[in-house]
Design a protein around this ligand. Sequence first.
Ligand code: CMP
Length: 298
Amino acid sequence: QTSKGTAFKLVPLGVLGGIDESNLSAYMLAPAGSNNYICLDAGTLHYGLEKAVANKSFNVPASTVMRQYIKGYFISHSHLDHIAGLIINSPEDSTKNIYALNDCIETIKTHYFTWKSWANFADQGETPALKKYHYKVLEPGAETAIENTELKVKAFPLSHSNLTSTAFLVNSNDNYLLYLGDTGPDEIEKSSNMQNLWQAIAPLVKSKKLKAILIEVSFPNEQPDKTLFGHLTPKWLMTEMDELASFTGTDAIKGLNVVVTHLKPPVTSIGKIKVQLKDANKLQLNLIYPQQGKALNF
Ligand SMILES: Nc1ncnc2c1ncn2[C@@H]1O[C@@H]2COP(=O)(O)O[C@H]2[C@H]1O
């Protein structure tokens, strides 16, 4: 893809769910032509940054990308596969904000940046607080301007089994990208969070201002509903996309960029997910499988 006429540059630092700790959810996002990135989840940082530099997604060293290009972290929920990279890399990082819904900030404060789990690099919680990171609690539905970037972000709650997870709607000069953290389908989660999200973004799909959706598909269809643990399968993703289409009409959703995240190993499962999604793609979504370190332009 070229960067011409595009609104966003997305650099995946980690793309999978599950057990491979070198490749867990983390996506750098900036307006096209800018080096002012946010990082959506931070499961894997170091290894992903090294790969991104090797792939020429950046032309400065990995440590410079982390310290100078990443202006803030957006953590969808507190599971380790979405935040371990931030914690592990914190001794080498620069001062910046951590943005999340209140529940998630509280867990980071009381479980991770504590003096028994690690060092408290944040500005609240156990003393002494080293004050490298500033917690910024997001209010659901309120658009927040992100310091040191040209971006604004609105958070929406998602239901992920026992946890509240988060979708981040990123606004760059009236172009939008939607990132979803882990989520189960409304029907299984007994929730209306997905429906509310689809309703909120439908006008942006219709007006073609929404450039891409990043959404998880963790398991193939063979995974029983009772062991989804708050995740989607190809079948359930398409159920949710049908729900979105009920608000936009099927014409507007055709060709929408859908970046499929959080596929869980083993590779046989990942292969099945891809085949099942292709077979179920009646809406003609543009399904994209991100690769660690390889930039995507939207
Ligand atoms: N009730 C459960 N029984 C077994 N494993 C679980 C249960 N709930 C969560 N998990 C696992 O814990 C993991 C946490 O991250 P994930 O949600 O990606 O995937 C989850 C499952 O692999």
